[in-house]
Design a protein around this ligand. Structure first.
Ligand SMILES: [Zn+2]
Ligand SMILES: [Zn+2]
Length: 191
């Protein structure tokens, strides 16, 4: 995938706007994390980055459409992505990061873990904001916790697994009394 790192030091004082619609920004991590999520309407992120004391202000919006498995019946749940975000990205302190890790673990090789948590990385001592990371993280935050194929999805029958949106399956509803459940499991001796 293309490199979407932008140099924070080179931003004009009144900020800069970015219009991102390269589907690989989302497709690549979706594949990588083997997520059950298909892009059904092109995703587009508009991001404006404003330099600020100690970091930068990242504002923007994300639009598009994806298909997720319905939480109740596992059929396709078409989901519109519409989110607005505004976050302050703090410059990670290079010196503190290295010194802290070395003091804790005594192992300089562990520093990439901390770096991975920040959307700002250093390249040749210059802080770079990773717009690809912004696009992916805002996308994850925009996904619904409980995707449904429709608001009144009836789900699957707990007994036979039939999709109840297609009609009743004929199973007798479980009364749900645990004492009766024990009795139901008994086989009566033949007389
Ligand atoms: Zn459903
Ligand atoms: Zn059933």
């Amino acid at each position: 995938m293309q490199n979407y790192r932008i140099s924070i030091n080179d931003l004009p004082p009144d900020g800069k706007d970015f219009d991102l619609n390269d589907q690989d920004l989302w497709q690549t991590p979706l594949r990588e994390f083997k997520m059950d999520c298909r892009i059904s309407g092109p995703l587009r992120a508009r991001i404006s980055v404003l330099p600020a004391e100690g970091g930068c202000l990242v504002r923007g919006e994300l639009r598009g459409q994806v298909i997720l498995p319905c939480n109740r019946c596992a059929e396709d749940a078409v989901t519109d992505i519409r989110s607005n975000f505004e976050e302050f990205e703090e410059l990670p302190d290079e010196y503190d990061t290295d010194a802290g890790l070395n003091a804790q673990s005594g192992n300089a090789a562990s520093s990439p873990t901390l770096e991975a948590e920040s959307r700002i990385v250093y390249e040749r001592n210059a802080p770079m904001l990773d717009l690809a990371a912004v696009c992916w993280e805002e996308f994850m935050l925009a996904l619904p916790v409980n995707p449904l194929c429709k608001a009144d999805c009836k789900g699957l029958c707990a007994q036979c697994g039939a999709n109840l949106n297609n009609g009743e399956c004929g199973c007798i509803p479980d009364e749900g009394d645990p004492r009766l459940a024990i009795l139901r499991g008994l086989t009566l001796p033949k007389s």
